[in-house]
Design a protein around this ligand. Structure first.
Ligand code: HPA
Length: 271
């Protein structure tokens, strides 16, 4: 398992020698375009990287981009893999640990999510303050790789407080509305039932999606500082009359991407 990430790192470094990213970025559904603003970019299809797997979901480009964002060296995963695609824990671990081995210190995750609040509808951004793992799964199941982190570790401040404060200040300065809340990860691939959403609301959930949490778990295990923002693409199931579709997710994701881009740009200035 360690070997896969090391092989990927070696391959990627050969494509862009003497480049050490400080920031890792994961771009979710419909948010891939943000990577096009990286300067001096080197783009590598996942399929070329040992241990990486081509994504199967539309809206997920499936390329890794190395370059500079506002002068900050960054590595960007355009498109992620999800458990519902049938991938296993090794793949998630390889993606995140490769970013760590390349030198990244901070991981900025984005995703598309459904909102449980009528007053935070599609088009809004929500900074994740904490999460609940409802996937019934954990990427660290199996033997622990001590080279990356300890068997047992705390998740009290999984979403870095200092980085959250920076992001809040950036949003304020840019006059962007940035909601905050708890993200629940479900397995998918179907959207939730209205009953599930009502149950999640009782449990204090603010937004729901099918990703991010496995990546955050692996990232915290290996000591990456994490910050995450959901692009709200819809009100959650049962909250309005229309049925939920992936097309809507992509459409609203693309709209939110513009604001997300401003936010990420502002964030890099503060690093
Ligand atoms: N549920 C789960 N995942 C999602 C949603 C949702 O409502 N919207 C975008 N991703």
């Amino acid at each position: 398992m360690t070997e896969a990430a090391f092989n990927a790192k070696t391959f990627i470094q050969k494509q862009k020698p003497n480049f050490t990213p400080k920031l890792g970025l994961i771009l979710g559904s419909g948010l891939s375009e943000i990577a096009t603003s990286l300067e001096d970019a080197t783009v590598i299809p996942y399929g070329d990287i040992p241990g990486f797997i081509q994504t199967t979901i539309s809206g997920h480009a499936g390329v890794l981009t190395l370059g500079y964002l506002n002068g900050v060296p960054a590595v960007c995963l355009q498109g992620r893999i999800h458990y519902y695609e049938g991938f296993n824990n090794e793949t998630v671990k390889t993606y995140i640990r490769t970013l760590k081995l390349l030198g990244a210190e901070i991981l900025f995750l984005t995703n598309a999510a459904g909102s449980l609040h009528q007053d935070v509808p599609a088009g809004n951004l929500m900074m994740i303050t904490d999460h609940i793992n409802f996937q019934g799964h954990n990427p660290l199941i199996g033997p622990n790789d001590e080279a990356f982190g300890p068997r047992f570790f705390g998740m009290e401040e999984a979403y870095d407080l200092e980085l959250r404060e920076l992001l809040t200040t950036v949003a304020k300065n840019l006059e962007l509305h940035l909601a905050q809340g708890i993200y629940a990860a479900l397995l998918g691939p179907m959207f939730e039932t209205p009953a599930e959403i009502r149950a999640l609301r009782l449990l204090g959930v603010d937004a729901v999606g099918m990703s991010t949490v496995p990546e955050v778990i692996v990232a915290r295990h290996c000591g990456l500082r994490v910050v995450a923002v959901s692009a709200i693409t819809n009100l959650a199931a049962g909250m309005n009359k229309e049925a939920l579709t992936h097309e809507d997710t992509l459409l609203h994701g693309q709209k939110a991407a513009k604001i997300m881009q401003k936010l990420i740009f502002g964030f890099t200035k503060g690093l």
